[in-house]
Design a protein around this ligand. Structure first.
Ligand code: KIV
Ligand code: ZN
Length: 515
């Protein structure tokens, strides 16, 4: 039997999905869950990109014990040093360094000759090996690179000490047969001197098919993300690759992963809840409809024998349909703690106490509390940093036929309370403008989403906003949760402002540094 190594890049490439940026607390929760899922390597970020990234990688390195923690770095000494410092506390660590190898990238982006690229790659691997044994080297845009050049640079970096060689289809242009041919040829050169890895983007919807084709050709590491998050159209979805290898073990003979598939669904839900990005309903494995049978013929078939239309039992990915209706008003702490554990959250005693109070408040208003309600409750409290401004009260004037207006009271950082009222083009606009006036921070609303968390007329509204507070810095995300949508909106907006203030100064460099 041969293992296929699962390299998860949800926290790095996945975070590059528009609107998916996460704070350190959120990343720690995800990393802990990825460890429970059994991923071999967690790419926790790109340490040199910002102070926020560095912090998150460093914290994750302190808590995760079983998975290797990896930081990305350009083939630049200062990046590699930052990566090494960030992962320093990790029990198992890897530095992942890369440089582009396609003519178009070398000529226009790097403005370097192929010989210079090889020299830089070798230097980078040598520097990284000075810090750690486990060094991965990536040929960015390998999918459009000359195969002869890929072989040449592979020889050089293996000689310099790289243990894993990654060949990304950075722009998602390859067909499965082409990837298979490329990996086969590289395998003939590389043999067993390094592990061959692939990293496929999904621009033509082929990222998973390409990853599986590469595995057939000899790749023994795949880089992937939960829910297929990632730059542009995303990366290959971890859950699809893993379940394809498992369900079709007759086809992928002798290959296995160390993934505990029962943790796939909880991990997918946690990430959707934290990022606010839901997988499309018909998404394979984890989409809302992946096990829904709509047609009468199908329903009849499934009732007679599940396998007529279901290729595997949803329980295999941890989706237990009977398990979702859970706690209520009378549930105690022990049941609540147990539920959190099942959902993959790892809270300190203090966080657990705070969450339990919130749960009880919710249970007073909402009769039935579902798994997704609990997830939203927890992810909202870890997403919103409360150090700066706190919403005390919100009062709305009836806008029917009149001017929409809002009165807002906010507890300021110095503990004083300020109340102000304002008007706007609609109630939400009035709320946000009044918050801007009280806090003195003017936000530009880039995105606003409202989603009902679970079912029922008393369902929680989960509002996600993306707000830019400084035109030279990226927009930040805020989440707000309440049975009242307007209250959830105010909380989300203030949450974004608090996150922005907590991260101020962490945006030093932008993440578009050549990736
Ligand atoms: O898509 C890509 O090429 C990457 C590399 C930096 C690994 O994300
Ligand atoms: Zn990528």
């Amino acid at each position: 039997m041969q293992q296929v190594i699962i390299f998860d890049t949800t926290l790095r490439d996945g975070e590059q999905s528009p609107g998916a940026s996460m704070n350190t607390q959120e990343k720690i929760q995800i990393a802990t869950q990825l460890e429970r899922l059994g991923v071999d390597i967690i790419e926790a970020g790109f340490a040199a990109a910002s102070r926020g990234d560095f912090e998150a990688i460093n914290q994750i390195s302190k808590v995760v014990k079983n998975s290797t923690i990896c930081s990305l770095s350009r083939a630049i000494e200062s990046d590699i040093t930052q990566a090494a410092k960030a992962i320093e506390p990790a029990a198992k660590k890897r530095i992942h360094t890369f440089i582009a190898t396609s003519s178009i990238h070398m000529e226009y982006k790097l403005k370097m000759k192929p010989d210079e690229v090889i020299k830089r790659a070798v230097e980078a691997v040598e520097i990284a090996r000075g810090f750690v044994d486990d060094v991965e080297f990536s040929c960015e845009d390998a999918g459009r690179s000359d195969i002869g050049f890929l072989k040449e640079i592979s020889e050089a970096v293996i000689e310099a000490g790289a243990k894993t060689l990654n060949f990304p289809d950075t722009v998602g242009i390859k067909m499965p047969d082409e990837i298979k041919k490329m990996i086969k040829e590289l395998k003939e050169t590389i043999k067993d001197r390094a592990i061959i890895s692939v990293h496929n983007h999904n621009d033509l919807g082929l990222a998973v098919a390409n990853s599986l084709a590469a595995i057939e050709a000899g790749a023994r590491q795949v880089e992937c993300t939960i829910n297929g998050l990632g730059e542009r159209a995303g990366n290959a979805a971890l859950e699809e690759i893993v379940m394809a290898l498992k369900v079709r073990s007759d086809y992928f003979k002798g290959l296995y992963t160390k993934i505990n598939t029962q943790e796939i669904y909880p991990t997918s839900r946690m990430i959707a809840s934290i990022t606010g990005i839901e997988p499309q309903p018909n998404k394979a494995i984890v989409g809302k409809n992946a096990f829904a049978h709509e047609s009468g013929i199908h329903q009849d078939g499934v009732l007679k024998h599940k396998k007529t239309y279901e290729i595997f039992d949803p329980k295999e990915i941890g989706l237990n349909k009977d398990d979702t209706l859970i706690l209520g008003k009378h549930s105690g702490r022990a049941a609540f703690r147990d539920k959190l554990k099942k959902l993959g959250f790892n809270l300190s005693e203090e966080e657990l106490n705070e969450a339990f109070i919130k749960f009880k408040e919710l249970a007073d208003k909402k009769k039935e509390i579902y798994d997704d309600d609990i997830r939203a409750l927890i992810t909202n409290s870890i997403a919103n940093v409360k150090e700066f401004y706190e919403l005390v009260a919100l009062q709305l004037m009836d806008s029917t036929g009149g001017v929409p207006s809002a009165a807002v009271t906010i507890k300021m950082p110095d503990d004083t309370k300020i109340t102000d009222a304002g008007i706007g083009d609609g109630t939400i606009d009035a709320i946000f403008k009044t918050i801007d006036r009280i806090t003195g921070h003017k936000g530009l609303l880039k995105d606003y989403k409202v989603k009902s968390v679970s079912q029922g007329k008393d369902a929680l509204a989960n509002v996600t906003v993306q707000v830019q507070f400084n035109e030279n810095e990226p927009a930040v995300i805020g989440h707000g949760l309440s049975i009242d949508t307007m209250l959830a909106s105010a909380r989300a907006y203030l949450g974004a402002l608090n996150s922005y203030l907590a991260m101020e100064g962490m945006f030093k460099n932008s993440k578009s540094k050549g990736i």
